[in-house]
Design a protein around this ligand. Structure first.
Ligand SMILES: Cc1cc2nc3c(=O)[nH]c(=O)nc-3n(C[C@H](O)[C@H](O)[C@H](O)COP(=O)(O)O)c2cc1C
Length: 153
């Protein structure tokens, strides 16, 4: 029996910090029974989302909102995936200069429209990346991977 679970990570970075968070999440999520698909928000599409058993979204906060690239991804997939991803577990990670709540609220509103299921509050990194934020990212990856393999979400 194939027990592999599919984890989709959709991310955008401009100056590299969100990429570092993505790398830490992937490190944490690597497990024998997890297949990870890591996609740029500019390239990911509804086929990726329909493939996924779990979703992690990573973006910088720009102008009090998610990045334009992440918005592009959500615009692309929304109607294709409506009613086809109900209950899909997700979590968000955000890199911000000084806030992060605008990115959080904007993504959560759209994902609740898609009836996705939040597994934990976002990891929001403000200012420079610290070891403790990188650890939080690894733990988020681990939590998602473990929850998927154990079917606890
Ligand atoms: C165009 C632009 C707009 C930004 N707007 C915000 C903002 O509204 N709130 C905030 O906390 N940080 C803001 N920032 C800071 C970025 O979120 C921060 O530099 C982040 O680390 C960028 O992530 P990246 O290195 O993955 O590109 C902005 C940065 C840019 C370039």
């Amino acid at each position: 029996m194939n027990t592999h679970k599919h984890l989709l990570i959709v991310h955008h970075t401009q100056s590299g910090s969100t990429k570092k968070m993505t790398d830490a999440i992937i490190n944490g999520a690597k497990q024998e029974n997890i297949i990870i698909r890591s996609r740029s928000a500019l390239k990911a599409n509804s086929e990726d989302l329909l493939w996924a058993d779990g979703l992690l979204l990573g973006t910088p906060e720009n102008f009090g909102y998610m990045s334009g690239a992440m918005k592009h991804f959500l615009d692309e997939v929304f109607y294709d995936c409506l009613e086809r991803v109900n209950g899909l577990p997700y979590a968000i990670y955000i890199k911000a200069g000084n806030d992060g709540t605008g990115a959080k609220n904007s993504i959560e509103k759209i994902l609740s429209g898609l009836s996705l299921k939040k597994i934990q509050d976002p990891v929001i990194a403000i200012g420079s990346l610290t070891e403790s934020v990188i650890k939080e990212c690894e733990e988020l990856g681990q939590l998602m991977a473990m929850g998927l393999t154990e079917s606890i979400f």
